[in-house]
Design a protein around this ligand. Structure first.
Ligand SMILES: [Zn+2]
Length: 436
């Protein structure tokens, strides 16, 4: 498997400028940048003339199969959104729905330049199957409550899932443990999770400190903030993705920094469910590692990393009344390297010899991308997913000139839409008349 991308402009985030060069890819990795080695004979060549290449995006926190409930729980407060809509529809889910919902998410994510995502939902085996077929990468967690698990799964099933899938498909699929949150899971169950994470050497993906109410309940119940509570239970002694961390104090922030916790920041959900503003600028200044995520399409409602990057910058600038915070090169870094590192894809999110060939190529010839005074600013604040011409994961082309190469998109749209109407009790029919 070899690929040559010639005459392309590499955007270097630190220099905020582009250099025209060629990139040779062999066996999933960047083999050389610049001169094309004389003995390099690529199987495929992409002409990058006039285009810009950057590392591909990674989505730090998603519930991919919630694509099926996109637009179904609108304009509700968080508790009613969760109790009256989300929990209800989730009780109607079957295992196959997860596969089709996740496949729909893969189509959408690839189209907006993502090659990997941190998944936290049910029937993680089906998500892993969809990811394996799509050619993407994922850190997949099976969302667990500690009792009354959806699909009636047991810890024995979770262990079997990890044994079957962890570090498979050339390392494209990793398993995480997914205890839902400190407000849904008991301390004993969380301790057990920490123990299993150590046993299998896998990470933990959890929701944390989403509201002041959760903090107050935790203080009453455990005498500690949710962050301090998880720290005491040993959750942070392992790689940990903590989604949200909206209501955190200075002491919480120093725990997150000291323990190397990766905070998954998902601003569109916060705005839509009116959850407040997470202190991203403060996190970065305190040394907390941050990645960007979409969250699930039930609260997002799409899977578009360009929008997430943009919102992250705009919200912090406006909230702090400081336009200089989170410059565009930092936002690009959070959406690429920041998220990739959180998920454990440590060779990704960077363009250098030896790194994973996880790359995206932008067409910069559209009206909203002209002129090119600052390409990074154009990508962060002006670009659209349809500007992404190529998406490459481990050297394999997943999207080429608008066409998904590894996925039967038409079949997925049909199946996913049909299932979405079934689980929500709707009598509507899919718009696609898929014939196979
Ligand atoms: Zn979430």
């Amino acid at each position: 498997m070899s690929l040559l991308i010639k005459n392309v402009n590499i955007l270097t985030f630190d220099k905020k400028q582009t250099d025209t060069t060629s990139i040779c890819i062999k066996d999933g990795h960047i083999f050389s940048i610049g001169e094309i080695p004389p003995d390099f004979t690529p199987k495929e060549t992409i002409d990058g003339t006039g285009k810009v290449i950057i590392p591909a995006f990674f989505n730090c926190h998603a519930h991919a199969s919630m694509t099926l409930v996109r637009g179904w729980a609108e304009d509700l407060p968080f508790d009613r959104w969760l109790n009256e809509k989300i929990w209800v529809v989730e009780s109607a889910l079957c295992e196959e729905d997860i596969y089709w919902g996740a496949s729909l998410a893969c189509c959408e994510m690839i189209r907006s330049g993502m090659v990997g995502f941190g998944e936290d939902y049910f029937w993680a085996n089906q998500v892993a199957k969809a990811v394996a077929q799509s050619g993407m990468k994922s850190a997949v967690a099976w969302c667990l409550f500690g009792e009354n698990e959806i699909g009636k799964i047991t810890m024995k099933d979770v262990r079997a899932f990890i044994k079957e899938w962890h570090n498979t498909h050339d390392g494209r699929i990793k398993c995480f443990l997914g205890p839902h949150s400190p407000y849904m899971c008991s301390p004993d169950f969380l301790k057990e999770i920490a123990m299993i994470a150590g046993e299998f050497n896998v990470g933990i993906h959890i929701h944390l400190s989403e509201s002041e109410e959760q903090v107050q309940t935790s203080l009453k119940k455990y005498g500690k903030t949710p962050v301090a509570h998880l720290n005491e239970l040993g959750i942070f002694d392992h790689r940990c993705i903590a989604a949200h961390c909206i209501s955190v104090d200075d002491e919480d922030i120093s725990i997150l920094a000291e323990k190397g916790v990766y905070v998954a920041h998902t601003p569109k959900t916060y705005m839509k469910l009116a959850l407040g503003i997470a202190p991203v600028d403060k996190f970065l200044k305190a040394g907390v590692k941050v990645g960007l995520g979409t969250d699930g399409p039930a609260s997002n409602n799409d899977l578009n990393m360009l929008e997430i990057m943009r919102l992250t910058g705009l919200i912090q600038k406006n909230h702090l009344i400081k336009p200089e915070v989170l410059p565009n090169n930092v936002l690009l870094d959070l959406a690429t390297r920041g998220s990739a590192m959180a998920l454990g894809f440590e060779d990704s999110g960077i363009i250098k010899v030896g790194a994973s060939a996880d790359l995206i190529i932008f067409n910069t010839g559209k009206p909203h991308m002209i002129p090119k005074h600052n390409i990074a600013a154009n990508i962060v604040y002006s670009s659209h997913p349809s500007d992404i011409d190529y998406v490459i994961c481990d050297g394999k082309v997943l999207l080429s000139k608008g066409e998904l190469k590894t996925i039967d998109e038409e079949h997925i749209l049909y199946e996913a839409e049909k299932r979405a109407y079934r689980i929500t009790g709707s009598s509507m029919e899919p718009m696609w008349n898929y014939k196979g």
